[in-house]
Design a protein around this ligand. Sequence first.
Ligand SMILES: [Ca+2]
Ligand SMILES: [Ca+2]
Length: 442
Amino acid sequence: MICGFPVRSLALLLLLCGLAPAQTLEVALEYRQNLDDKDAVHPWGSAHAQPSPDCPGGDWNLPDLTGARPLFATVTLGETDFLAVLDRVAADDGFYNRIRFDRNDNGDLTDDPVLVGDLARFGDIEQYYVSFDDEVSVEYRLGGAVLPYRLGFRLQGQNQEDGGDAARFIYFGVDTACHYAGSFTLDGATYQVMLGDGDCNGVFSDTARIPENLYVSADQPIYAQGDSLYLTAEQKMSRADEFLLGDLLILGEKAFTVKVDTAARKLALAPVEDEIVPLKLSQAPERLTLLERNFAHCVMMHRPVNPRIPAGDWRLLRYALLQSGKEGDLWRLEAAGSGATPFLSVAPGAEALLEFGEPYLPVAQVSEWSLRNMQETGATEADLGFNVQGRAQELLTDLQLVSGKKSSVVLSQSSRARPAEPSYTIVTAAGENVAQGTFKYG
Ligand SMILES: [Ca+2]
Ligand SMILES: [Ca+2]
C-alpha cells in the first residue's frame, strides 16, 4: 500500500500526485511542397552554391553547351551532391539564363528538364538578375533514408567577358520550396508545427547560430541563421509563428528538449530532466528566443510561465509581445537583440532576471555604416535612421495591429496595419531649421 492505494494503482497515484512519468511527445512530420498550398505561410530557406568554370571530377555526360564559358556548381542535400551547369540559351545572351540540373543524380545531364530563366538587367553596369519559374523535385540520401526535396533557383551577377575568377562574383541562389508539417496535443491544446530548412542543405535540424564573420553593430538587429520551427496553437499559421530552431522549447510552464530527426521524419519533444535555472522575465512575451554565447543551446519560449533555462551566458535574439490598446485593438510588437544588447549570465542555483521591453525609447541616429563612409570617402550625405530601442538595447523590428478596427494610434497611409511614420526636424545649435521630413518603413 502507498498513500492508502493498492500498488497496482501506482500509475494512477503518480498522476494524482502530479508525478506522472515524463512522456516524450513524438510528432510525425509530413513532407509538403510549398506549391501544394500557395496561399499559406511557408518557412523560407536558401543557400549559395558557388559556380566555377571547372567541372568537378566525375563521369559526366554533358549536353552541348552554349556560350563561351559555362559554369559548374554543386548543390548538396544531405549526403547527395547534385551537379548544376549554367549556360546561355543564345550565345549572345547577356548572362547565364539556362540551368541543367542533374535531378535524378545519375551523372547524365541530358535526361533532365532544362530550366530557362527570365533575364533582367539593371543599372548602367551589366548587372543581371535571373529568376526561374520552374522548380525541381529531387530525392536525396540522408542517414540511410531516401528523402524528397523541392528546390528553386535564381542567379545574380555581372557579366564579365574576361578574367578567370569572374565566377566568384556570381550568386547562384538555391531556394527551399518544401517543408515538413505536423501537430501534437498537450494539456488539451493542439499545436501545429512546421519545420523549415533555413540553410537549404536537406537537414532540418540545424539550430541557430551567428555567422563568424557577421558584423554586429549597436544600431542593427542581430540576424542569427539556422533552420526554423513554426509553432502555433491557432488554426492558421502566420509569419509571426516562426522561431529560429533551438534545442530547447518552453511551452507554457513545461520545458522540452527538441530533437529533429530528418531521416525518420520525426520531431521529439522530451521533458527536460537536466538541472535548469529559473528565469524571471520583465515582461510576459508571446514568444522569445535566447541563444547561448557559444551556441551550445538555443531556447525557444512560447507563452512562457515560470521558464527555466540551462546555466550559461545568454543573448536575447528575438521576442514578440501582444498588447491591447484602449479601443480593444490588439497590437503585436516584435523586437530583436542588437550588437549593444548585453549577455545575461545565468548561474546554477540562483534565479536570473532578463530585463527587456518597456520603457521603449525612440532613437534617431546616423548609422555606423554611414558615419564610416563619410570618414573614409568624404561623402557629404548620410542616412538618418529611426529605431525604437527597448530596455535591453534591443530594437523593434515590427509593430502591427493584429485585430480591432478602431485604434487611438494614428495609422500609416502606406502600411495600414502599422503606426504612422514619425517625422523629424533637424535644427542647428542656433535654432535654425535645416531639414525636415518623415521616416519611411524599410
Ligand atoms: Ca540526370
Ligand atoms: Ca538545414
